[in-house]
Design a protein around this ligand. Structure first.
Ligand SMILES: NC(=O)C1=CN([C@@H]2O[C@H](COP(=O)(O)OP(=O)(O)OC[C@H]3O[C@@H](n4cnc5c(N)ncnc54)[C@H](OP(=O)(O)O)[C@@H]3O)[C@@H](O)[C@H]2O)C=CC1
Ligand SMILES: CC(C)(CO)C(=O)C(=O)O
Length: 311
């Protein structure tokens, strides 16, 4: 399959590498000049479980797209706040049959994509794969992960299952779900607890999980997500979600991982996606008349931290 990774940062590079190694024709699309130069000169470096590999994968900026480069599938891995512009920029690489898959953390990305792309070509979901950038041209990751995905448009289940099969053939452990919004909310509960809390507390997930207060804090935040989800006819079982989140504390899997929000703000001094995670719950809470004090406060805290770190 001809696949473009639009937003080839940490996770985009991991996906691009694994799909390339599985024999797909992969092209990376990004705007970060140093990253592009490093990959063009030395290939994409991918460290997986402490072993480093290099792959020669083409990388271009959106402005370098040519009309003969249309692809079968675009997988977007920008940050949430970059998504709108990237979708506009990559239109030339898409024809009427090109599908787009969005696995970004957060809620509501399909509304942005649907401004530019027909619903029949939009596929959404979430992933538990992880990665972090060592530097330009070099992504690092450990452990395994999974992907849930579904078609946004009616009657595109077969296409969705084809995409899931392609990802699974590359070892990305993808499955089709007929309840993707529930899985997106479940993943958002993970990000809505781990990302903001580990960023503010400057700890990895296992260290946070070892505290006496972790369970109560996580449960309170998840209850806010569940109350908002109920207004969208999405059933989110609080106990199951808390148990799913607490699996992140295992140092044998991803417990040592600093969530991507910590990487953004504390390590790379970049803006976070808080407004698409806890901030989205706060906005929806106001819309539905649901109190979301913990999401409200955590969103404020992250913005305060952004103001301090980025001033
Ligand atoms: N990392 C993880 O473990 C996980 C991440 N996710 C989600 O996947 C999506 C992508 O995340 P992730 O891959 O971590 O994002 P990254 O920040 O690594 O990459 C996203 C984009 O940010 C830009 N960028 C990154 N670093 C720099 C830099 N130093 N200077 C300039 N530009 C930079 C690049 O875009 P450009 O230069 O073109 O603007 C890049 O394509 C997000 O929604 C995230 O929440 C989901 C699960 C796990
Ligand atoms: C690893 C995990 C699940 C932590 O929330 C993630 O999605 C991220 O780092 O953004």
């Amino acid at each position: 399959m001809k696949i473009a990774i639009a937003g080839a940062g940490a996770l985009g590079s991991r996906f691009g590498y694994m799909l390339h190694q599985a024999g797909n024709e992969v092209i990376l699309i990004d705007n970060w000049v140093d990253h592009i130069q490093a990959i063009r000169e030395h290939g994409l470096k991918m460290t997986i479980d402490a072993e480093t590999f290099t792959a020669e994968i083409p990388i271009i900026t959106p402005q370098e797209i040519t009309s003969d480069q249309t692809v079968d599938l675009v997988i977007v891995f920008t940050k949430a706040m970059q998504l709108d512009q990237m979708i506009q920029d990559i239109k030339p690489i898409m024809n009427d049959d090109t599908d787009i898959l969005c696995l970004l953390n957060g809620i509501g990305h399909e509304d942005i994509i649907a401004k530019y792309i027909d619903a029949k070509n939009i596929f959404i979901g979430n992933t538990m794969w992880t990665a972090s950038l060592v530097g330009p041209g070099h992504s690092k990751s450990f452990g395994s992960g999974s992907i849930n995905l579904q078609n946004l448009g009616e009657g595109q289940e077969i296409e969705a299952k084809k995409i899931a099969a392609c990802l699974s053939e590359a070892g990305l452990n993808a499955r089709f779900t007929d309840n993707v919004h529930a899985t997106i909310y479940l993943k958002a509960c993970v990000n809505g607890t781990m990302n903001g809390l580990c960023t503010i507390l400057d700890v990895d997930m296992a260290t946070f999980g070892e505290t006496n207060q972790a369970h109560e804090i996580v449960t309170t935040i998840v209850k806010e997500f569940a109350a908002v989800a109920a207004h969208e006819n999405i059933e989110l079982n609080v106990d199951d979600a808390v148990a799913f989140i607490e699996k992140c504390y295992d140092r044998q899997t991803i417990g040592d991982h600093y969530p991507s929000m910590h990487q953004d703000l504390i390590r790379n001094h970049r803006m976070t996606e808080i407004d698409y995670i806890n901030g989205a719950i706060s906005r929806k809470g106001q819309k539905y008349g649901v109190a979301t004090p913990y999401c409200d406060f955590l969103t404020q805290l992250i913005h305060v931290k952004e103001n301090i770190v980025l001033k």
